[in-house]
Design a protein around this ligand. Structure first.
Ligand code: B12
Ligand code: SF4
Ligand code: SF4
Length: 322
């Protein structure tokens, strides 16, 4: 299939991906993960399966199963944080995690990876590929480590070295053998434990996260009632959707690479208005969150969280002020 030198094609692919906004790009083989099996099973058994049944997928350890003939995974780190986007900075505003500010990253990243695939297919007719962002049964952070992008910190997120951890991961699987990058070995957390100490629910133990305690689980991913310890932490910490605490304290995020304005999309009333001035109706919620990743949070879920963090959303309907 390869009408040109694989090395040239690889370099071209990488530079195109960087041009699309990925700050770090690497290549990994699609071989099955073997060492992760036991840990993944343990994670699933300790609450993961109950909260995220879709992660208990037979192909989860095997990227080859996601695309017939998959040989190479291009893995990209796409920065999303912006210096001016600081949750809760406006007095009285709600804290929304940085990854929820702006356009829905699933669509943005998938669109860019699909554009990259189309360009690659124009150079190499017959090439097959599949773009995966977040929702495919793929161990994205482990694949990023394999592609040499960085390491999983003690908070379990991928730290792209000096680029920090404020970034989404996107994967383009290809049915073409390209030279892999050397995997990242070990970690650069040293003796730091800042994320473990700062987590308001003690959800983190070294290199492991208990999803039954993470605020993000209950404010974004599931409408299940949080355990009392999480409800108490929600009220104390005041995060209305997602949580950035373990990344805010990480020394590797002191000078991160900043995100793409297209993804960020500018602040919305959700970030800049005091909670009391926000609309409460379902239609208004849908209008405010249209096209953003927050759209995945249903209105009744949002209101339940506001109740937990002590907002006035118990009140009957109020209309948008201003
Ligand atoms: C489910 C999920 C969640 C769950 C569980 C998170 C988790 N850490 O697993 C919840 C809802 C809590 C969550 C929260 C967040 N998420 Co999330 N999430 C996912 C998703 C869909 C799957 C993750 C998964 O497979 N977990 C399963 C477990 C088994 O993975 P693991 O933690 O890596 O487990 C390993 C370790 O425990 C290790 N291990 C176990 N014991 C030991 C012991 C030792 C000594 C060692 C060394 C290792 C070790 O081995 C296990 C297997 O490899 C991925 C997308 C994807 N498809 O990969 C996004 C993803 C991980 N999330 C992402 C983001 C942005 C977040 C949040 C930051 C959002 C927010 N601000 O609120 C938080 C961060 C919380 C945190 N500290 O991790 C990004 C992370 C980007 C990055 N830079 O890493 C991803 C990659 C999505 C994306 N495409 O960008 N998320
Ligand atoms: S996102 Fe928040 S609750 Fe979840 S592990 Fe990090 S600090 Fe803890
Ligand atoms: S806060 Fe410290 S321990 Fe946690 S991920 Fe960052 S460097 Fe590692």
């Amino acid at each position: 299939m390869c009408a040109e030198e694989p090395q040239n094609f690889r370099e071209w692919l990488k530079s195109e991906a960087m041009g699309l906004g990925f700050a770090r790009v690497g290549f990994a083989s699609c071989e099955a993960f073997t060492q992760e099996r036991e840990r993944l099973d343990a994670w699933l058994a300790a609450g993961g399966r109950e909260l995220f049944p879709y992660l208990d997928h037979p192909d989860r350890l095997n990227p080859e199963r996601l695309l017939e003939g998959a040989r190479t995974a291009l893995v990209g780190f796409f920065p999303y944080a912006r210096p001016e986007a600081v949750p809760g900075a406006v007095t009285g505003s709600l804290k929304l995690s940085r990854y929820l500010w702006g356009s829905d990253y699933h669509g943005v990243l998938k669109g860019r990876l699909q554009r990259l695939l189309a360009q690659a297919q124009a150079r190499l007719p017959g090439l097959q590929g599949r773009a995966c962002v977040d929702t495919a049964p793929l161990l994205e952070r482990q694949l990023a480590v394999r592609a040499g992008l960085g390491w999983q910190g003690r908070h379990t997120l991928l730290i792209a070295g000096k680029g920090g951890s404020w970034g989404f991961l996107g994967v383009l699987l290809l049915d073409l053998e390209l030279e892999p990058d050397p995997p990242f070995k070990g970690h650069r957390c040293g003796t730091c434990r800042a994320c473990l100490d700062a987590c308001p629910t003690s959800a983190l133990s070294t290199f492991r996260l208990d999803p039954r305690r993470c605020l993000t689980t209950y404010t974004v991913e599931t409408e299940k009632e949080p355990p009392p310890r999480v409800t108490a932490a929600l009220a104390r910490a005041g995060w209305a959707a997602g949580c950035d605490i373990c990344q805010e304290v990480c020394p590797w995020n002191r000078g991160p690479v900043w995100g793409d304005p297209e993804l960020w999309g500018g602040p919305s009333p959700l970030h800049t208005r005091p909670a009391l001035a926000l609309p409460l109706g379902t239609a208004q919620w849908q209008k405010l969150t249209r096209g953003t990743a927050l759209r995945r949070v249903r209105h009744r879920h949002w209101r339940a969280t506001l109740r937990r963090i002590g907002d006035r959303s118990e009140e009957p309907d109020a209309s948008f002020v201003g």
